[in-house]
Design a protein around this ligand. Structure first.
Ligand code: PMT
Length: 412
C-alpha cells in the first residue's frame, strides 16, 4: 500500500518525520510531498533519508536551471495513480482552504485534484485559526466530500496559546489511515468480471471493422474495483493501456473471442460490468487473401455477433450485471430498453456525441439507470470518478435487490 504524505508549513512539520517511520513500520511505502511552507521548517533531506525516496517539492521539478522539464510537469499524474491514500499532516488552514476550493497551485494541491485516492488530513494550527468560521466551513465541506479529518488535540500550542490546534497523536493518525483504507475495501471477497475496449472483425488478412473505443472507461472500472479489494478479471479488446495493478487481463481481438472469454469466467464472478464496445456485426466470411482494389462497388455481407451481455445475463442468478449504452439520441429511452432487453441490473448510458463524453476521452457524462427505477444523472467527471460511482451504485443496488450480506455469501 502506498501512502503519499503531504507535509505543509507549520511548526508541527517536524512531527511528520516520526509519522513516516510509524507508517513504514506498519508496512506502508511512503512518498513525501512538501510544500514551500513546510521547507521553511524541515529540510527535504530529513524525509528523503527516512522514507528512502526522493521528496517531491515542486510542480515543475527543480527549475533552478531555468527550464522546467516535461517529466516533472506530469509527475503529479504518475504519483496520483500510484497513491492508495493521500495523508496531509500537519495540515495548515491554508491547505484545508485550498483542498476545499479545489485550488491547484503547487504539487500537493494539483496531486489532490488528480488523485481518486481517499484523503486523510490532520490539521495543526493556532487555536483561533482552527476555530475561525472560515476554517470550520472548509473542514465541514471536506468532511461532506468524504475526507477523514483527524481533529487536532487540545493543549499548549507553539504560539503560546492554549486550546485545540495541536497535531493529533501519531498513533491516532496512523489508526485513521488504517481505518480509512479498510472502509475503502468494500469489494473484498468479490470477483468482478469486466469487458473493455473495442473488438476487431476481420475483412481480410490486413483490414478489419472496429470502433473508436480506447478502453479507458473499462480500465478505469477495473482499476477502481481492484483498489476496492476485488479480484478483477478484465477481458480486453486491443487497446494501448497498461494493465492496472492487481488486475488479471485476458486479451481478445474479436467479438467471438470476447464471448468465449466471458462465458468461461462468468460463473466465477459476483459482479459483471460490460464496458466494451463489441462489434454488432462481423463479415460472414473474411477473405483469406487481401481484397484487391477495383473501381467497382464492393459489397460485404455481415452477420450479427452474439450479444455477450444479453446471453450471459439470462442465467445471472444473484450476480449484479452492468451494461453500458453508447447512444447518440434518445439516451434515456434507449438505455431503459437495453436494461430490460438484456436483463441487466444497471445501464450506464453515455451520449457519445456530447463534448467530454464517450470514446477516447478522459472524462465521461453518464446517467445510471437501475433496475429498482432509480435514474442517477452524473455531471462531467473523470472516467476514474465515474468508475467509483458505478461501483457505489452496484453495491447500493445489490443491497436493495438481494440484501448485501446474504448476497455476498450466496453468489449465484
Ligand atoms: O473505451 P472508451 O474510449 O473509454 O469509451 C467508452 C465507451 C464509449 C466505449 C463506453 O462508455 C461505452 O459506452 N461502452 C459500451 C459501448 C457499446 O457497445 O454500447 P452498446 O449500446 O452498443 O451495447 C450495449 C451493451 O451491450 C454494452 O454493455 C456492450 O458491452 C454490450 N454488448 C454489445 C454488443 C455485443 N455483441 N455484446 C455485448 O456484450
Amino acid at each position: 500500500m502506498r501512502i503519499t504524505l503531504g507535509v505543509t508549513g507549520g511548526v508541527a512539520a517536524y512531527k511528520a518525520a516520526e509519522l513516516v517511520r510509524l507508517l513504514q513500520k506498519d508496512g506502508f511505502s511512503v512518498q513525501v510531498v512538501m510544500t514551500r511552507g513546510a521547507r521553511e521548517f524541515v529540510t527535504p533531506l530529513t524525509f528523503a533519508a527516512l522514507s528512502g525516496q526522493k521528496v517531491i517539492t515542486d510542480l515543475f521539478g527543480d527549475s533552478s536551471g531555468g527550464e522546467a522539464n516535461l517529466e516533472s510537469a506530469i509527475e503529479h499524474i504518475a504519483v496520483a495513480q500510484r497513491t492508495d491514500l493521500l495523508l496531509v499532516a500537519p495540515a495548515t488552514a491554508d491547505i484545508l482552504a485550498k483542498f476545499a476550493r479545489g485550488i491547484a497551485d503547487d504539487f500537493l494541491t494539483t496531486l489532490h485534484l488528480a488523485s481518486t485516492a481517499p484523503v486523510v488530513m490532520a490539521p495543526a494550527m493556532n487555536v483561533n485559526m482552527w476555530n475561525h468560521a472560515a476554517t470550520q466551513e472548509n473542514v465541514e465541506k471536506l468532511r461532506a466530500r468524504g475526507v477523514k479529518i483527524v481533529d487536532p488535540d487540545e493543549g499548549y500550542l507553539a504560539c503560546g496559546m492554549t486550546g485545540a490546534g495541536r497535531l493529533a497523536g501519531q498513533n491516532a493518525i496512523v489508526a485513521a489511515v488504517r481505518e480509512t483504507l479498510k472502509s475503502q475495501r468494500d469489494l473484498d471477497g468479490e470477483t468482478v468480471l469486466i469487458t473493455a475496449g473495442p473488438t476487431r472483425e476481420d475483412l481480410d488478412p490486413v483490414r478489419y471493422i472496429s470502433n473508436r473505443s480506447s478502453g479507458k472507461m473499462g480500465y478505469a472500472v477495473a482499476e477502481a474495483a481492484a483498489r476496492r479489494g476485488a479480484k478483477v478479471i478484465l477481458v480486453s479488446g486491443p487497446v494501448n493501456l497498461e494493465v492496472p495493478a492487481g488486475v488479471e487481463r485476458i486479451d481478445v481481438r474479436t467479438a467471438r473471442e470476447m464471448h468465449n472469454a466471458v462465458v468461461d469466467r462468468f460463473a466465477h464472478a459476483s459482479i459483471a460490468i460490460f464496458a466494451a464496445a463489441v462489434a454488432d456485426y462481423r463479415p460472414v466470411e473474411p477473405h483469406t487473401e487481401k481484397i484487391k482494389k477495383s473501381y467497382a462497388a464492393l459489397t460485404i455481407s455481415l452477420e450479427p455477433t452474439t450479444d455477450i451481455l444479453a446471453e450471459v445475463a439470462k442465467n445471472k442468478g444473484q450476480r449484479i450485471v452492468v451494461g453500458f449504452a453508447a447512444e447518440t439520441d434518445r439516451v434515456a429511452e434507449n438505455a431503459r430498453k437495453k436494461l430490460s432487453a438484456k436483463n441487466a441490473d444497471l445501464i450506464v448510458a453515455n451520449d457519445v456525441t456530447a463534448e467530454g463524453a464517450g470514446f477516447d476521452q478522459d472524462t465521461n457524462i453518464v446517467t445510471l439507470f437501475s433496475r429498482d427505477g432509480r435514474d442517477l444523472a452524473l455531471p462531467k467527471l473523470t472516467k476514474n470518478e465515474v468508475a467509483q460511482r458505478i461501483l457505489d451504485e452496484v453495491l447500493r443496488l445489490r443491497g436493495v435487490l438481494h440484501g448485501t450480506a446474504e448476497a455476498k455469501r450466496s453468489r449465484v
